[in-house]
Unconditional design. Structure first.
Length: 384
């Protein structure tokens, strides 16, 4: 990506930031310049809808298509982002932090969204935040806004025209977005660290089978990247790449190889709620009872993470629901600790012992009371 390059404005500090921003603000139309002033870091996408549009560019316009995606269909994209600008003030009483919140409402005309099959639900999840925003003049009358959305990856919007409306909102408009269901990683693009990984790990992360054939051979299929401590199978599990996992398993990749932090591929799939990867690894014979560094099996780890679908899938594959994890926690206690109602339901559906206690003598009901989760406590009583 070579960020920052000439024409980019970024919220990250780098040499020449002020000059880049000044140049873009002077050359860009006012609505585009307004985008360059948005504090994207720690912002959240509140709305994202697209409708069909007719492209204005001519057929021979070489800026119309994004790399490797041919001639995409343009859309009119409507997006709302709630931003938070924090400010630290030095007062006589000491340092004091103030947050100013605003809703940025945008309409992009003749927009091309990369990746083209992006699921808007991932952007609107409770765990999705914008980590960085960058703006580029992409040629002629075309601009490109790139957002790095955690935990999804990079989303690019190429457009010809944009309208921007900014209005102040209450802090609750920002914090209420926490209540949306979390989705974990289901996006089609990997995180930025992948660009600095070895060729074979990078290919596995992108699901690039052609790149894997060019970069890999049987001797290094289990080699850990020296910087990140991931082997290709870990990267494919982390980014939910089922076809890549199948190919790596076919090449003999170890299902039980730990990464630099001692996590197996199945552990990573559980943590990321990467459901397609989990299914492939289970089918390939990953050990369902292998314990992590804290003593948790995959099903207990899934319960602690609040991943109800993973709990059900692992149980259906034969994982032992009576196993105990860290500090003697049962599957139900782990589910209660997650505070996710569907995960508690998943544990109860498996007929676990509701009265079992952990090493500290606490039952699931005790944990619900301690955590002040009345809805969970009510569910435990109702299922009794």
């Amino acid at each position: 990506m070579n960020w920052p390059s000439v024409g980019y404005v970024s919220l990250e500090d780098f040499d020449g930031l002020a000059e880049h921003r000044t140049r873009l603000l002077e050359d860009a139309p006012p609505p585009v310049a307004a985008l360059a002033t948005v504090h994207w870091s720690d912002s959240r996408i509140a709305a994202w809808t697209a409708e069909a549009a007719r492209r204005r560019q001519t057929p021979d316009d070489d800026t119309a298509a994004l790399p490797d995606h041919g001639e995409p269909e343009p859309v009119v994209l409507h997006a709302d982002v709630v931003v938070r600008n924090d400010e630290v003030l030095d007062t006589p009483e000491g340092l004091w932090r103030r947050w100013n919140h605003a809703r940025v409402r945008m309409r992009f005309d003749d927009a091309v969204v990369e990746p083209p099959l992006l699921d808007p639900a991932t952007l609107l999840a409770g765990d999705a935040t914008v980590a960085r925003g960058e703006l580029e003049h992409a040629g002629r009358d075309t601009w490109e806004l790139r957002l790095l959305v955690s935990p999804i990856g990079e989303v690019a919007i190429r457009f010809t025209d944009v309208t921007v409306e900014v209005r102040s909102v209450n802090e609750s408009d920002f914090t209420d977005l926490d209540d949306r269901p979390a989705r974990g990683w289901h996006g089609p693009v990997p995180d930025g660290w992948v660009e600095l990984a070895t060729e074979v790990v990078r290919a596995a992360a992108y699901g690039d089978l052609g790149g894997l054939h060019l970069a890999d051979d049987a001797s290094d299929v289990d080699d850990l990247d020296p910087r990140w401590g991931f082997a290709p199978l870990h990267a494919a599990a982390w980014f939910d790449r089922p076809e890549m996992l199948e190919e790596l398993v076919r090449r003999g990749a170890s299902l039980e190889l730990p990464d630099a932090e001692g996590r197996r591929p199945l552990t990573l799939a559980v943590d990321r709620d990467a459901r397609r990867a989990l299914a492939v690894l289970v089918e390939a014979g990953a050990d369902l009872e292998a314990r992590d560094a804290d003593g948790n099996t995959p099903i207990v780890r899934a319960a602690w993470g609040g991943h109800a679908a993973a709990v059900r899938a692992l149980a259906a594959a034969g994982a032992d629901p009576t196993t105990r994890g860290s500090r003697g926690a049962t599957l139900l206690i782990a589910a209660v600790d997650s505070a996710d109602l569907d995960t508690v339901r998943a544990a109860l559906e498996l007929g676990v012992d509701r009265e079992a206690r952990d090493d500290e003598g606490s039952s699931a009901a005790d944990r619900a009371a301690l955590l002040r989760e009345p809805t969970v406590a009510e569910l435990l009583v109702a299922r009794g």
